[in-house]
Ligand binder design. Sequence first.
Ligand code: AQP
Length: 340
Amino acid sequence: AQRVFSGMQPTGNLHLGNYLGALVNWVKMQDTHDCVYCVVDMHAITMWQDPAALKSAIREVTAAYLAAGLDPKKSIVFNQSKVAEHAELAWVFNCVARLGWLNRMTQFKEKAGKDRENASVGLYAYPCLMAADILLYRATHVPVGEDQKQHLELTRDVAQKFNNDFRPQIEAAGFADGFFPMTEPVIQGPATRVMSLRDGSKKMSKSDASDYARINLTDDADAIAQKVRKAKTDPEPLPSEPKGLEGRSEAENLVGIYAALSERSVEAVLAEFGGGQFSTFKNALADLAVAKLAPLNADMRRLLADPGFVDGVLKDGAERARVIAAETMNHVKDIVGLLR
Ligand code: AQP
């Protein structure tokens, strides 16, 4: 069977990068796969979070999932900390993964910054928890943005080493082709790497200090229009063909966002706007972004007005997730030699 797993951190508002890079694909995959979508709250606490803000963010991210079109009847939607097996399997993977593998992770280097001695052990071990999230459901496909590619490679390394280290036990348990699958990343869609609106060399990120760097899914029409209008550009008019965007990362990013939101190709967008002024294009982009995000925004507000509903979705999802998670952990304990 083909199973999808993916998650987002409740570390703040979701933004257009999360939406176009991941969520849009998640919604589509519900039609073809058995899907598990998680709010990864244990990942969030690898950096200090205000506890009250974290609780709200967990509900907000869940509301964004539902507003974007995740169907909690079809897919399993829950928050990570409700299913204790994530932490349990992560510990086993801490013992399978090698220090050298984690030392190569670029996201840790970026997030830890210069003061590495002071980063949490959790931030360092983050990729092992992510491998546990995915492999707990023995997921075959993980739809993510480009930035998660390296972590997905580590997940495969962990699966492979586990399958090798315990080969006789895995075969004896009746799994002829290894216990964990070699999970495939699904990095596709029109915008796998949405860049900051202030700096075309940085990805759009929740933790960017400038709110003008991103369009939040909770921004109202005025905020969206203002952010698009203020987005950094260069003085040249738009080219008529994609190769004219080379070396113009800010322009390329805005055209990419337009193409993704309108579900058209970059060629088609440039055929319409090429040669024209940036201001004309920016106005069109602002209108489009408002038109696409306003219904989502309204749905989120409606859902958040009834926290009981959102909490109910998470509770039901966690119950269903636990059934799969418990089965995997039972096998893992047997395979590794932990008495149950
Ligand atoms: N700019 C982006 N373009 C495309 N995809 C993106 N994703 C994130 N930023 C972009 C994808 O969104 C999913 C959820 O990401 P996450 O919540 O795990 O956190 P992240 O990747 O660390 O996202 P942020 O916004 O950059 O958060 P902070 O600032 O807290 O680190 C993933 O599939 C990711 O690829």
